[in-house]
Design a protein around this ligand. Structure first.
Ligand code: ATP
Ligand code: MG
Length: 307
């Protein structure tokens, strides 16, 4: 549904998007995950035909976004980073305007459908100026959906809204995946993990890793993380004992204990238990810790920067 090949954007001397390639299949929810300035918005603006690439191609439902711009645009709905607002229009008026602009056959019925979808039906006659930020965001989402496009592109749809609305918008994005191909951007890793079938991690315009959240973790995580809590000696002594273990990457004080990172996937639990008991200390806790996408992300970005 979305095919991106070597997509590149240069602003003067800034390489905002650097030979980016990825794809999204029908019915997939794909997250574009990256820190500020990673190139998420620039990529989305090229995909939605707002800006030509410096190099490379992008296709939406088989149509080149530049050579067949009109055909491609018909098939995509876009919630930009900053939703353009028309404060003096009503909610329904605004959506009807967009529906007619895009040649929707039964604008009235279609507007009612999307109002229902984004839970704004009871606000249809409210002026946009009187909507809360979260409601405006959902109105932006409705605008992206009003012509029922197969592909939906959402640029950080949950930014700047309260936690309750964040949950609501995430739920909407997830359910959009039943009928549409969704590409959405975020810098919140747990959000990508919750909402996406597949995550593409980008930084400085390049893909660092991609895959289902679970397999990404397995792909990238080289060693294992263990949480260990020991009593019977002071923290410095315990840290030295742990640091003497073979195959260790690092030992970090965490809460009342330590997080031990190993270099390989070898299970060090037996070895740790034995040494603690031999030293005459008590082992209070020893368990593997799942690496979060946050950890993976930091790991990747640091590895990249070290290159
Ligand atoms: N119009 C522009 N002119 C010059 N440089 C730009 C322009 N738009 C973006 N950039 C630069 O391109 C890079 C990528 O920016 P982009 O807005 O695509 O990142 P982003 O991932 O969307 O970031 P954020 O999370 O802050 O929204 C940044 O270095 C940015 O400064
Ligand atoms: Mg952005």
């Amino acid at each position: 549904m979305i095919e991106v090949e070597n997509l590149t954007k240069r602003y003067g001397s800034t390489l905002a998007v650097d030979h980016l390639s990825f794809h999204a299949e029908a019915g997939e929810v794909v997250g574009l995950l990256g820190p500020n300035g990673a190139g998420k918005t620039t990529t989305m603006r090229m995909l939605t035909g707002f800006m030509p690439p410096t190099e490379g191609t992008a296709r939406i439902a088989g149509h080149d976004v530049f050579r067949e711009s009109l055909e491609a645009r018909k098939r995509v709905g876009y919630l930009p980073e900053r939703v353009p607002i028309y404060p003096d229009m009503t909610v329904r008026g605004y959506l009807t305007f967009w529906a007619e602009l895009r040649g929707v056959k039964q604008p009235k019925a279609q507007v009612s459908t999307v109002l229902e979808q984004v839970h704004l039906r009871d606000r249809q006659n409210t002026l946009i100026r009187n909507l809360s930020k979260g409601m405006r965001q959902r109105l932006g989402l409705a605008q992206a959906l009003v012509h029922d496009p197969p592909v939906i592109i959402l640029d950080e749809p949950t930014i700047g809204i309260d936690p309750q609305q964040v949950i609501e918008v995430r739920g909407m994005v997830r359910s959009l995946g039943q009928k549409h191909t969704v590409l959405f951007s975020t810098h919140i890793l747990s959000e990508a993990e919750q909402v996406c079938d597949r995550v593409i991690i980008i930084d400085r315009g390049r893909v660092l890793a991609q895959g289902a959240p679970v397999s990404l973790r397995q792909q990238i995580q080289k060693g294992t993380h263990l949480y260990v809590q020991i009593s019977g000696a002071n923290a410095a002594t315990i840290q030295r004992l742990l640091e003497a273990l073979p195959g260790l990457e690092s030992v970090m004080p965490t809460g009342d204990g330590f997080t031990v990172r190993t270099r390989s996937k070898d299970d060090l639990r037996g070895e740790i238990a034995q040494r603690v008991v031999q030293a005459g200390y008590r082992l209070l806790e020893l368990r593997p810790v799942a690496m979060t996408l946050e950890d993976i992300f930091l790991d990747l970005v640091q590895r990249e920067e070290a290159r």
